[in-house]
Design a protein around this ligand. Structure first.
Ligand SMILES: [Zn+2]
Ligand SMILES: [Zn+2]
Length: 869
């Protein structure tokens, strides 16, 4: 099996091992035309783009039942709707879609399609308004009942945009190109490209050369990933065209010669025009036939003749040369018939003898063709020739089975109420005997089985979806295609959702200055094509090959980083500076600045606080400070040396690798916080400000400020506990031992109060707020108690005076350290644990609780940097 894989199959994702995500799936759903002919409407969705193909109605049903299953899909999500041709089963529910649903996309069709569509739809709404479908020369079969009115049609026409064959259009990132599809005037296939995925939708198509149309051809130079094709004829083949034409003429002359009337039920537009050309040509050549009139009973066709005379360019060379020969006017041109008479209505028809009558609708459901069928069927001289494709469930199909009688359109009840003016009788149809001959000679402009298979083979898409075919015919074609072993073939039912994975590599183009950074491939002289073989096996060859492989690796291994810009499906990688030029995008940076005044905290304390929260804080102030100071000095008219006393010091710290800058102005105490605004930096800045505000209210800062006001304060007594914020600050200031201090106190950079708060937080989280109470009485150590004799005396411990003195001293000492209370008491049930804050000792008679408290304290310390050492 693996050996059989073709390049096409490689794209078929089931065959590859890598998983394909939903974003790589092409979704297909037929809202109509799935395992049926009629109400064609398909939805394609890929990479978030939705395309709707055709919007028809089903000729065998009435009213809403004739619509595709529009309720099954949210039409508001459709980006664009492409109509292949004007036939009712492809375009007739478009006014409904535009006027009555939440569809909000664009609609495209070719110029001739729109011109005829307009006439066709106008005709259909008039028929439905007058309710005289059975007696007018309507071509629309009257099956657009009540779906929309003339106003709807009028309002929605401007929303339809027109396109020409072979022109490519883009809407919302979806590219599409119409190609001639043969079939009828203006009919097209659409090649659709979404994010590099090419989908070809044939619509109804024909590859046969006929008298007026350009046959369909496989689009040149395009890789098609998915082909959606009609399958009307399944695998059945048609006899050659000239044989069919001869057979048609034989049949017609035979009926005429036996004195009969020939009924050719046709759809008013499309196949009928081709038949007219055949008949006109034959009548021109056969004088003996010219005594038999040919009628075309279709007002619609008559109105549309002007369209046929206008869009000569959309037809084949045969028509174009005839048009040119006629001098470019309608008169004497290809559509100016000598032997064909247009019939406005049956009332004007003098039914006296042999004639050829083309009448619509082609399916014989009602209208002129049905009226004539019912009139002519009982006479055996007459003949009916079916030339189009007859949809299952219609009279055109039924009559081919040669029934002895056919039901009249009017039921007994209708007949009686019409005749007697009262309601009577049953709903049984009035049966009409069928004695006329019935033959089918198909000129349906669809590919037959062989033509379709050849086309599919030539397009060579790995995925084929069959639509527009009856279950049986479609199924046989599917088996035939699967037998070829080249494609995945789907034939979905209506509303059955297909999800077809397509793996696409994401490729971004590197543009702008970033492109220059990429090492260009070394320009090795490219060896002649045969070199590989020639040099193979030789030493030089091996060397050369190695070099090239290395080079290739080098090129493949280059890493490039930049901004990835996606415009629809186009990816470009560029340097941020190129955004404006290459992507039309402007970039903005917002510099945020906030100022607070910290009256009491010193620069060093600020630094310590910041370090405690953010880790290393870079001091980048030295250089800038000097410059600023000098500038200030000059601006103030003083030399920098002379203005030392009043000079402002700027100390700048960078927090979190420069995300936030903190600029401390001394002696004003103003602190500027500066950062480039983005989500990340904003939150860091918030944290910095919070830390700074805490520092300001910390006891250390308060003490420092009081000390700073007393200039001659003696600091020496504090040397014992230089681990606490205020002490080193003062020392630093006086002695300039900044570096030394930093080494000695790597963790003493968070205010004790803050750390205590954090410890509280941890304990509260573990034991609950109520469980924790501060201990206000310090635990006295032996050396706290000093008796007047300088000796330890156990008895003196009981001395209240001494004791309270000692306690006061101890409290004072702890306060000096920034420890607000000596300890915390944690109460769990009957058990009490004590945490002494200075050394974080845990005391607890209950071992379990003690261990737990210890663990929490340890974790708090480990998480937050040591609290006090
Ligand atoms: Zn068609
Ligand atoms: Zn069709």
């Amino acid at each position: 099996m693996a050996a059989k894989r073709t390049h096409a199959a490689m794209n078929a994702p089931d065959d590859v091992d890598d998983p394909v995500g939903p974003e790589d799936e092409l979704m297909f759903i037929a809202l109509g035309g799935g395992n049926e002919v009629g109400r064609s409407c398909h939805i394609l969705k890929y990479k978030g783009k939705t395309v709707m193909l055709d919007a028809g109605i089903h000729p065998a049903y009435d009213g809403l039942a004739a619509l595709p299953f529009y309720d099954e899909y949210d039409l508001s999500s459709v980006d664009l709707l492409l109509i292949t041709h004007f036939h009712m089963d492809h375009a007739a529910s478009l006014p409904y879609v535009l006027a009555k649903t939440n569809f909000d996309g664009r609609v495209y069709m070719t110029h001739p399609t729109k011109a005829i569509y307009k006439h066709l739809m106008q005709d259909s709404v008039r028929v439905q308004n007058t309710h005289v479908a059975s007696s007018t020369a309507s071509g629309t079969d009257g099956y657009v009942n009540q779906l929309f009115n003339e106003q709807d049609l009028h309002d929605t026409l401007p929303r339809i945009q027109t396109v020409s064959f072979h022109t490519t259009h883009t809407h919302n990132g979806i590219k599409f190109t119409p190609y001639p599809a043969g079939h009828v005037l203006g009919a097209c296939m659409y090649l659709i490209e979404i994010a590099g995925l090419n989908i070809l939708f044939t619509g109804d198509y024909s590859r046969e050369s006929n008298r007026h149309l350009i046959p369909a051809a496989v689009p040149r130079g395009v890789r098609v990933d998915c082909l959606i094709t009609e399958s009307t004829f399944g695998i059945s083949t048609q006899r050659p065209r000239y044989e069919r034409e001869a057979q048609l003429m034989n049949t017609i002359t035979r009926i005429l010669n036996r004195g009969g009337r020939v009924l050719l039920p046709v759809f008013a537009l499309g196949g009928a025009q081709e038949l007219l050309l055949i008949l006109e040509e034959y009548w021109t050549r056969h004088e003996d036939l010219q005594r038999f009139p040919i009628y075309f009973a279709s007002n619609l066709a008559r109105k549309c003749m002007v369209v046929y005379q206008t869009y000569i360019d959309a037809m084949n060379d045969n028509i174009r040369s005839k048009f040119q020969a006629s001098g470019g006017t309608g008169e004497g041109g290809p559509w100016d018939f000598k032997f064909i008479r247009s019939l406005k209505s049956l009332e004007r028809f003098d039914d006296v003898g042999g004639c050829v009558m083309l009448a619509s609708p082609g399916m014989l459901q009602n209208g002129v063709s049905r009226t004539l069928l019912e009139r002519w069927a009982p006479t055996e001289k007459n003949g009916v020739v079916i030339t189009g494709y007859s949809v299952e469930g219609t009279m055109a199909r039924t009559i081919q089975n040669g029934p002895d009688s056919i039901p009249a359109v009017m039921t007994q009840r209708q007949v009686q109420s019409a005749v007697l003016g009262k309601k009577a009788g049953g709903d049984q149809p009035v049966m009409i005997p069928r004695r006329c001959t019935v033959e089918e000679i198909t000129f349906a402009a669809h590919v037959d089985g062989t033509e379709n298979r050849d086309f599919i083979d030539e397009v060579n898409a790995p995925v084929v979806i069959l639509v527009h075919g009856e279950k049986h015919a479609m199924g046989r074609l599917r088996s035939r295609l699967l037998g070829m072993g080249k494609f995945k073939v789907y034939s979905p039912q209506n509303c059955e959702e297909l999800r077809i994975p397509f793996r696409q590599d994401k490729v971004a183009r590197v543009v702008g200055r970033l492109a220059n950074e990429i090492q260009p491939p070394a320009l090795l002289p490219s060896p002649p094509a045969s070199l590989d073989e020639e040099m193979e096996g030789t030493e030089e060859g091996a060397e050369e090959g190695k070099k090239r492989r290395q080079l290739q690796l080098q090129q493949e291994g280059q890493m490039v980083s930049g901004v990835l810009v996606q415009n629809d499906f186009k990816l470009q990688l560029m340097a941020p500076d190129d955004l404006k030029e290459y992507a039309g995008l402007t970039t903005t940076t917002i510099l945020c600045r906030q100022r607070i005044t910290l009256a009491t905290a010193s620069v060093e304390l600020i630094r310590w606080a910041l370090e405690g929260t953010f880790g290393a804080v870079a001091n980048i102030s030295d250089k800038e400070e000097g410059v600023k100071a000098e500038t200030n000095g000059i601006e103030n008219g003083f030399s920098s040396k002379g203005s030392d006393e009043t000079q402002q010091h700027h100390t700048t710290f960078e927090v979190m690798g420069g995300a936030v800058r903190v600029i401390c102005h001394q002696p004003s105490g103003e602190v500027e916080i500066e950062w480039e605004g983005n989500v990340m930096n904003d939150s860091i800045a918030d944290a910095v400000i919070a830390v700074l505000l805490t520092v300001e209210s910390s006891p250390a800062a308060v003490k420092q400020s009081s000390r700073m006001s007393g200039q001659n304060h003696d600091h020496n007594h504090k040397h014992d506990y230089d681990a606490f914020g205020d002490s080193p600050v003062d020392e630093k200031r006086e002695n300039g031992f900044e570096k030394e201090l930093a080494v000695r106190n790597p963790h003493a950079n968070v205010s004790p109060e803050e750390n205590l708060n954090r410890l509280f937080m941890f304990l509260e989280a573990q034991f609950g707020e109520e469980a924790i109470t501060p201990i206000t009485t310090p635990k006295l150590r032996v050396d706290n108690i000093t008796n007047p004799n300088g000796k330890e005396d156990d008895d003196s411990m009981k001395d209240d005076v001494v004791r309270s003195k000692a306690e006061a001293a101890e409290l004072a000492r702890l306060h000096e350290l920034g420890i607000p209370v000596p300890g915390l008491e944690i109460r769990v049930g009957k058990n009490i644990a004590k945490v002494w804050l200075e050394k974080l000792d845990v005391e607890c008679p209950n071992k379990t609780l003690g261990e737990r408290v210890k663990a929490v304290v340890e974790r708090a310390v480990a998480t937050l940097a040591p609290i006090w050492q």
